[in-house]
Design a protein around this ligand. Structure first.
Ligand code: COA
Length: 183
């Protein structure tokens, strides 16, 4: 069982008792992580997806729960998946499902811990994120962590009744290792 400790967040496995909270987040129309809608419709489906994720590099099931350290509350989820059938990078996704916990730096710290962990424990040279171009908070999050904007996929995501452009961000291992420590 992998647990990653940050200053304000702890990343740990999701617990079955938390599945109903996760399903409620997935059904929140404001949650814009694109994979939520493709994952599951039922608690049983969520349980199966979470439990089989470890052996499935392409799984978009949550791989870590984001817990706020001050009170142990579950505030969000993190996932990563092999995003291409041939190319060998990983893409991340993240959700601060508890709206009251957004905008406090928890998302950024959680993603930073996860990127550290993935570069330490896998051989990938690039980690990416595909983000709705209108999702300002998410774009800022990865930008501030040192990801580079590599391009834009036009009309690649159907969401809220229309097609959205998707920005492709990425960071390479040498870039991550050479980052200046953040103030
Ligand atoms: C995107 C999300 C994960 C960001 O997590 P968070 O903990 O709220 O964000 P942080 O507090 O770490 O802030 C990250 C950056 O976004 C900015 N930000 C936060 N909320 C914002 C908002 N509503 N509008 C614009 N910028 C915002 C912060 O100011 C910060 O930028 P800065 O460092 O330049 O100040 C979270 O808002 C969320 O889960 N949203 C819904 C799901 C989603 O969009 N997932 C990502 C899909 S790719």
């Amino acid at each position: 069982m992998t647990v990653l400790e940050g200053t304000a967040v702890r990343l740990r496995p999701l617990r079955p008792a938390e599945y109903p909270t996760v399903m409620a987040w997935y059904q929140d129309p404001e949650a814009v992580a694109p994979h939520d809608r493709y994952l599951v419709d039922t608690l049983e489906g969520l349980a199966r997806a979470v439990e089989s994720a470890e052996g499935d590099p392409g799984s978009v099931a949550p791989r870590f729960a984001i817990e706020r350290r001050t009170d142990g509350t579950l505030v969000g989820l993190l996932g990563y998946y092999r995003a291409h059938p041939v190319l060998e990078y990983l893409d991340l996704w993240y959700l601060i499902g508890d709206r009251t916990a957004r905008g406090q730096g928890l998302g950024r710290e959680a993603v930073e811990r996860l990127v550290d962990h993935l570069f330490r424990t896998t051989s990938v040279e690039r980690i990416g994120a595909a983000i709705d171009a209108q999702n300002e908070a998410s774009c800022r999050l990865v930008d501030r962590l040192g990801f580079r904007l590599e391009g834009t996929l036009r009309s690649a995501l159907f969401h809220h009744g229309r097609w959205h452009d998707v920005r492709v961000y990425g960071v390479t291992r040498p870039e991550w290792d050479g980052r200046a420590p953040r103030a």
